[in-house]
Structure formats: C-alpha cells, structure tokens
Design a binder for this molecule. Structure first.
Ligand code: KG4
Ligand code: ZN
Length: 357
C-alpha cells in the first residue's frame, strides 16, 4: 500500500481571553489514513493572567490585551527555543481568530500575521470553539461523527460534529452558560474567580442532600436546550437567605449545586443522544461524546456523565484538564486538521469577537 508519513510542524497562538499561549506540535499523517498516534508536543507555553484580573472579579478586556502584547513575543521565542527550532522550520502558524475578547484576538492575529508575512509561512485562522472540540483527536482516536458538549465560560452548546468544519448545533443555552453560572454562584459564596474550580474543590467535602435546586427545562423532551438562569437565581437567593454560611454548609451547598449541574447535563444529553441517533441513522454510528471547554475539567461532572451515558452504549471522550481549559496546543492541532485538508487562510483574515462554530 505504500504508506508515506510526512510530518508537519505547526505553531499555535492563543490570546482570546485571559491566557496567553504558544505551542509547537509535530503531527504526522500517512498518505491514505489519518494517523491517530498522539501528537508530538514540542513546546507548550501558557501564561495565565489570573492574578491581574482577580481584583476585578472577572476578565478586564483592556488589561488582557495589554498583557498579551507584553508577554506574547517572549513566549514565541521561548517556545521556539524549547522545541529547538527556528521560524524557518515551521510549516504553518495557526492562530485564534475568534470568538472572544477582540483586543486579545487582534494581538495574537497581528503577531501571527507578522511572522507569516516575514517568513512566507502559511497562516491558518482558527475558531477557538472548534479547537476546543477537536483537541481530543490529538490525544486519542475519535472519528467523525460524534457529539460535542461544549461547556465553557462563554458557551453552552450540544453539537453534532459531522466532519472538520461541519458542525450542527442541536442545543444551546437560552440564557446563561454553565461556566458563567459557576462563576456567579461562587462569587455570591465569596469563593473568588474563576468559580468552577473553587466550587469543585469545596464540593469534595460536602454532602449534596442538604440543598435542592431547580432544574429548568429538564422535563422537556422535544429539544436539548439548556436554561441556567433560574438555577443561578435560586442558588444566589438561597445564599442570601442563609447568610452567613459556615465552612461546612458552603461545602454542602457546593456539592448540591455541582450535582444539580451534572444532572441537568445528563438530562439534556439524553435528548441529544436521541436526536443524534435519528439524524445520523446508521447502525455503525460512533457512540462518542466529546466534552470540551473549561467546565470539562470538572471531574465530578465528567464521572457523572460518563457513568450515565455508558448505559446507552456511549463513551465520554474528555481531554485532560490542561487541554480542556484554554491552551495553544488545541489551536496548533486545529491548524493541523485544516492544513491536512489544504485549508489555509490569507494574510487578510479578520479577527472576530463573535464566530459560531
Ligand atoms: O473554556 P474556558 O477556559 O474559557 C472560555 O470561557 O473560553 O472556560 C472557563 C470557564 C469558567 O467559567 C470556569 O469557572 C469554568 O470554565 N471552569 C470550571 C472548572 N474549571 C473551569 N467549571 C466547573 N468546574 C471546574 N473544575
Ligand atoms: Zn475557551
């Protein structure tokens, strides 16, 4: 059959929120099949701006873009040095072109365009959400089609991934995202930002039985949309009515709240699975659900979903936490997925604050 493997080296640049990331990967493919060997990560630089934004209780866009501009050139140099490469060795530069905070996206795009312009290398504009969804394929075998549960600070969607670039949104939140709900409830509890990891930590020592919360839309079997604002409001009201909450009560509260979110997700996935099976209608259907976005680093939520969907013959495919939250490896990998299909961008692509998958 004559399988020819060819390696491509791709730099990924991420700056759409409060993490500045630069990664370099080496990906290979054979001439007739996709090579699912885990990708070679040659450099993975990530600098969180968390400390800068903590005092504001959220990300300050202006502060974020200035910090990206300050640090990005040094991360690029450091990544090349770690990988023992020069720009001339790269095959392409992939960069987050949206969605996210426009100032940061402009910084990353400008850096990437400058390198590409000066070196003549290909540039690939990447949708940050698509990168979240595809990174699992850098780490394990996960063939199309599959279901995607995208749960981040800015997004809450269920999609059918048909192939690269072909995603059908079958459900989405009609109000808040899950990450946002975690963050606002954590703030009301005085737990700081970002709220998700804090709530997960406190829930570990809590009993979920002490509180019960509403699960909006959970008796709707017609669609797999989410609604989180009723839960958020009820949770914040409970905090205010019971203030001040003792250390142990906060733990119990977090356990109950986190469990409610997990139950809402499994309930919505039940409907999504039915929609997926009807839509694809193929006995050989891949029964994989890819979870991605910041909330996908929550172990309790992942375990609950995983156990639940196993009963339906589905497997949860979850990247490890460092590839669930924002990172540049996922941008480089999405670049590879596009490059393999010959989908490179022009130097004139436009950064976009909004960009649906
Ligand atoms: O994908 P991400 O890093 O950034 C974007 O929004 O694009 O997601 C950040 C969100 C935040 O709302 C954060 O609270 C949430 O993900 N998050 C978590 C956990 N880690 C991060 N939520 C629940 N449990 C976690 N362990
Ligand atoms: Zn993200």
């Amino acid at each position: 059959m004559g399988i020819k493997t060819m390696a491509k080296i791709i730099m990924g640049i991420e700056s759409s929120c409060d993490d500045t990331g630069v990664a370099i990967i080496r990906a290979t493919e054979s001439s007739n099949t996709i090579d699912y060997n885990p990708v070679d990560i040659m450099a993975n630089m990530l600098l969180s701006q968390l400390e800068l934004h903590k005092k504001y209780g959220g990300v300050m866009p202006e502060v974020a873009s200035r910090a990206h501009l300050d640090i990005m050139p040094f991360l690029i140099r450091e990544a090349l040095s770690q990988a023992k490469l020069q720009v001339a060795d790269l095959d392409a530069i992939a960069v987050t072109a949206g969605p996210g905070l426009i100032g940061g996206i402009v910084v990353g795009s400008t850096m990437a365009k400058s390198i590409a312009a000066a070196s003549g290398k290909s540039i690939i504009a990447i949708n940050h959400l698509e990168a979240h969804a595809l990174v699992i394929r850098a780490l394990q075998r996960c063939e199309f089609p599959f279901l995607i549960l995208l749960v981040s600070g800015g997004h809450c969607q269920i999609l059918i991934a048909k192939e690269i670039g072909a995603y059908e949104v079958i459900g989405r939140t009609i109000d808040d995202s899950i990450g946002e709900c975690f963050d606002k409830v954590a703030r009301a509890l005085g737990l700081g930002y970002p709220g998700g990891p804090q709530i997960e930590l406190r829930a570990k020592n809590g009993e979920k039985g002490r509180f019960s919360f509403p699960k909006p839309l959970c008796n709707n079997h017609e669609h797999c949309n989410f609604s989180l604002s009723g839960l958020k409001t009820a949770a914040i009201r409970t905090i205010q009515q019971n203030a001040p909450l003792s250390y142990d009560v906060i733990n119990d509260f977090c356990a109950a709240f986190q469990d409610t979110i997990a139950e809402i997700i499994t309930n919505r996935l039940d409907v999504a699975i039915k929609m997926y099976e009807t839509s694809i209608n193929d006995a050989t259907l891949n029964r994989n659900i890819v979870i991605c976005g910041g909330v996908a680093s929550n172990e309790y939520i992942k375990n609950t979903i995983s156990k639940h969907i196993q009963g339906k013959g589905f497997t949860l495919c979850a990247p490890p936490p460092e590839f669930s939250t924002d990172n540049a490896v996922m941008i480089a990998w999405a670049g590879w997925e596009k490059l393999r299909l010959g989908e490179v961008s022009g130097l004139d692509f436009e950064p976009r604050s909004r960009w649906d998958m």
